[in-house]
Write a protein that binds this ligand. Structure first.
Ligand code: PAF
Length: 284
């Protein structure tokens, strides 16, 4: 197991990255909000392979949570995260505190015009502004050559790709496939909120996506029909409450009515109080 540098200060992190770059080393970066699971670890493993130095950040970013969301309850376990990071060969963990990234005079935000108008952005209006802002700040602090994000947060990945292009960040953005529990539930730090009784209802998201995939593969082109079937199958499970079920263009995230090429099917469903998301690209 390698030893690990823990850096809480932005200036120190910047100086560290400057030194790596001056030494001709490449930097891979995996930004997270901690409470690491197998999905994060798969991003770290990929980062380890792709660069000389691997940086992980752990920061529960307050600006991406709405007023009635789970910011205060968001699960955290720094000791366990550091242990896992060590095992994955992470070189450096950036662990800023809220006050250092958002001081009292803080007033600058990054917002995109179109992508956040879809999917999660409809019920979480400030969310992607918070994500784009913190990721911009982290990019400027960590100065990576490559940054890796999970495809489970498909809209987040689309936002970050767009922002990277629009703001001319010289960073290679890599999307990495969703890692699932053995029963198919997409890995998420929020799965920890689920009770054993809620588990079958949580699994209904993946089952509904698999069914939609089958429908599209066997020639169904009517998006509205697939959405209706999907909603019915999810709602037949106790404690489920649908935020959205949509079929969209995988790049623009605009709604698709007739399926002619690959489409994104994206779901957000509350199971009890836990909001789960999942998605799949369906190919006719
Ligand atoms: O996906 C996450 O964990 C967060 O949204 C991110 C990218 C670390 C920004 O806070």
């Amino acid at each position: 197991m390698t030893d690990i540098d823990i850096i809480p200060e932005s200036e120190e992190m910047q100086a560290y990255s400057d030194q790596l770059r001056a030494d001709g080393k490449t930097i891979a970066f995996v930004p997270t909000m901690g409470y690491l699971h197998e999905g994060h670890l798969s991003l770290l493993r990929e980062g380890r392979k792709r660069a000389d130095s691997l940086v992980l950040s752990i920061f529960v970013n307050p600006t991406q949570f709405g007023p009635n969301e789970d910011l205060d309850a968001y699960p955290q376990d720094m000791d366990r995260d550091l242990e896992l990071a060590r095992k994955e060969g992470v070189d450096t963990v950036f662990t800023p505190i809220k006050e250092s990234l958002y001081g009292r005079e803080y007033q600058t935000y990054v917002s995109l015009e179109k992508l956040p108008m879809h999917l999660c952005g409809k019920s979480r209006p400030e969310h992607f502004r918070g994500v784009a802002t913190i990721v911009t700040k982290l990019f400027n602090i960590v100065k990576p050559h490559i940054a890796i994000f999970g495809e489970k947060d498909f809209q987040q990945l689309a936002v970050i790709r767009q922002m990277t292009k629009d703001l001319n960040f010289d960073i290679n953005i890599v999307g990495w496939p969703t890692i699932r529990e053995p029963d198919g539930l997409a890995m998420s730090s929020r799965n920890t909120y689920l009770t054993p009784e809620q588990r079958p209802s949580a699994l209904s998201l993946y089952k509904a996506l698999q069914n939609a995939e089958k429908l599209v593969k066997t020639g169904e082109k009517n998006a509205e029909k697939i959405i209706t079937i999907t909603k019915e199958s999810i709602l037949s499970n106790p404690g489920t409450n649908i935020d959205y079920v949509e079929i969209n263009d995988p790049e623009t995230l605009d709604t698709v009515t007739s399926i002619k090429g690959p489409v994104l099917m994206a779901l957000a469903v509350k199971v009890g109080k836990t909001r789960l998301i999942d998605n799949m690209v369906l190919k006719p």
